[in-house]
Ligand binder design. Sequence first.
Ligand code: NAD
Ligand code: ZN
Length: 356
Amino acid sequence: MAQHENLSVVLYKKHDLRLEQRPVPEPGPKEVLLKIDSVGICGSDVHYWQNGGIGDFVLKKPMVLGHEASGTVLKVGSGVQHLKAGDRVAIEPGIPREIDEYCRTGRYNLSPTIFFSATPPDDGNLCRYNTHDASYCYKLPESVSFEEGALIEPLSVAIHACRRGGVTIGSKVFILGAGPIGLVNLLVSKAMGASQIVICDLSPNRLEKAKQMGANVTVAVERSISAKELGQKVKQALGGAMPDISIECTGVEFCVQAGVFATKSGGVLVLVGMGKPSTNIPVLDLIIREIDIRAVFRYCNTWPVAVDMLASKKIDVKPLVTHRFPLEEALEAFETTKKGVGIKVMLKCDPNNQDP
Ligand code: NAD
Ligand code: ZN
């Protein structure tokens, strides 16, 4: 490994994405140096590339993209006990910087000063080598592949959403949106014991994928119907019952509204999708039927559970991956993701291992 050879995908500014060599970093006492293997491209990576920011997170200096990653430990810092060179790990991108009240109560995702890979100004891990806090690297058993390890990041969003929504044995769940996030919510709802899962989308291809991945019913959304009508369609799809929990994974106002109308009285609407800063909701319907809205921001305490669920084959995330590119072709991979063909695009960062 030459000290200066660390091919990295760097976003300079809106529409200016470059592949460049950066130095290989040295791990601090609590860190590990990783040889990155697989990195999934997330909608947010594309959004930063296309818009230069998301809400208050605005790119002010060049930033390495990527936060859905796995790799192999090459070197450990002097204080690292639980990992050694050669260990394969999945990387949790959010590292709290201080033990504040959120951290103390286990909700470290809400800590305002948290480090988060590929959220300005913090660099991500779309590169050949990176350092990371060892406590946020989770050892993968042999049976879990690098790509599955990388997919623990989006899977974590769903574990957190289903926990927040209270999905449990026998739940009837309605998922709005069959993109990567809707699909992982489908997988986790099933694993948590949901008896019936209805999923809707505009795209027939995505609904087909949802069907293959275990949805009981798919509902094709036509642009002409109202949010209330979509709610009715879901009720029909469930043979007259209404979902206990709806999980909104589009960020589209229409879907937030349909989520309210669809949910059973006393049920829960989980908001995962991030769209406009303000959204109109049918608040009277919400009040009269006592529907709880619960918001989801990333995740906390999910990696250990996710590793176990993958190792025990209770969840299969492999069908999510539809495209693979070597790191050198990152720009093409981003173009492919932007087009919205397929589901998850993986970048393969180790030139000596392009396997799943
Ligand atoms: P995506 O764009 O790939 O998927 C969204 C899906 O919604 C698409 O398949 C699209 O066809 C469908 N859709 C759009 N309009 C629709 C409509 N009117 N009716 C039905 N379906 C419709 O995105 P993704 O990667 O799956 O992410 C989904 C959302 O989750 C995004 O808004 C993203 O920002 C958000 N997200 C939030 C968090 C969080 O921490 N809260 C984390 C990750 C992603
Ligand atoms: Zn992501």
